[in-house]
Design a protein around this ligand. Structure first.
Ligand SMILES: [Zn+2]
Ligand SMILES: [Zn+2]
Length: 260
């Protein structure tokens, strides 16, 4: 992978600061979930997630995240990363495991730019959280094929291809090792080493493309944030009525105005 220039930094970490991470690309999708499972797991009344390819999240803190793997009745096992010291939940692999992770948006250093693109399980949202007009919502779980941008679906497909290529390389390495052992011949590895298997093989052109895409995606999120803040300021400026107040929603939520 080219390291010719620093990648746009998106950092996050746990409450105590010993577990830190960095995103190497822009999110595929951001969503809020109002289901009861998320409420119980987070101890909040809704959860916010920032989804990214597993390949593009790096641990950079003093303490690597603690990974707990739980087998699921159907589908892939679930991996949950948390801080081994303070217990902050950092990310979990979801239905698309192991190629994507859902980062808990509140652990990002700048969650403000990762406003949810969609609110799911809207039917179980608590009534005292008021979403801004025009917020995209859906009942129950959302279908990512329907809601993710086309560029994210292309990135997901590329992530599956990389995972498949790594699996094939691992199989080739095992069979090469077996035949070498049988022959008791030259031990020079003919396939990728374990380190290489885990790395994303990316030439300069691909790095440049990912760099540009990330810059554009973050720029768009920043522009949306600026618009929201400007709208909010306008509401505050125009609104001199005493019965109106302005509140800020939870992690990653938009600023919301409501009448009390
Ligand atoms: Zn911690
Ligand atoms: Zn949920």
């Amino acid at each position: 992978m080219s390291k010719s220039k620093p990648f746009p930094a998106i950092h996050g970490g746990c409450y105590c600061g010993s577990t830190r991470y960095r995103l190497e690309t822009a999110p595929l999708f951001c969503h809020a979930c109002h289901c009861q499972d998320c409420n119980k797991q987070t101890g909040s009344v809704f959860a916010c997630f920032t989804t990214i390819e597993t390949d593009f999240i790096s641990s950079i803190g003093a303490t690597p995240p603690k990974i707990v793997t739980t087998p699921q009745p159907a589908g892939f096992p679930r991996h949950e990363a948390s801080c081994g010291k303070c217990g902050t939940r950092l990310w979990t692999s979801g239905d698309r495991a192991p190629v994507t992770v859902d980062i808990t948006t509140g652990t990002l250093d700048l969650p403000e730019i990762m406003a949810p693109d969609l609110h799911s399980f809207i039917e179980s949202k608590v009534s005292w959280i008021i979403l801004p007009e025009g917020t995209k919502t859906c009942k129950g779980q959302f279908d990512y094929k329907e809601h993710w941008p086309r560029s994210s679906l292309k990135r997901l497909d590329a992530a599956f291809q990389r995972a498949k290529a790594r699996q094939q390389a691992a199989k080739a390495a095992i069979s090469a090792q077996d035949s070498e052992e049988e022959k008791e011949a030259d031990k020079t590895p003919t396939a990728q080493t374990p380190d290489e298997k885990d790395a994303v093989v990316e030439d300069d052109e691909e790095f440049e493309r990912r760099f540009r895409e990330t810059e554009i995606a973050l720029q768009q999120r920043l522009e949306k944030l600026t618009l929201r803040l400007n709208e909010n300021e306008k509401v505050q400026g125009d609104d001199l009525r005493p019965e109106t107040t302005t509140a800020i929603g939870g992690s990653g939520m938009r600023r919301t105005s409501y009448i009390v």
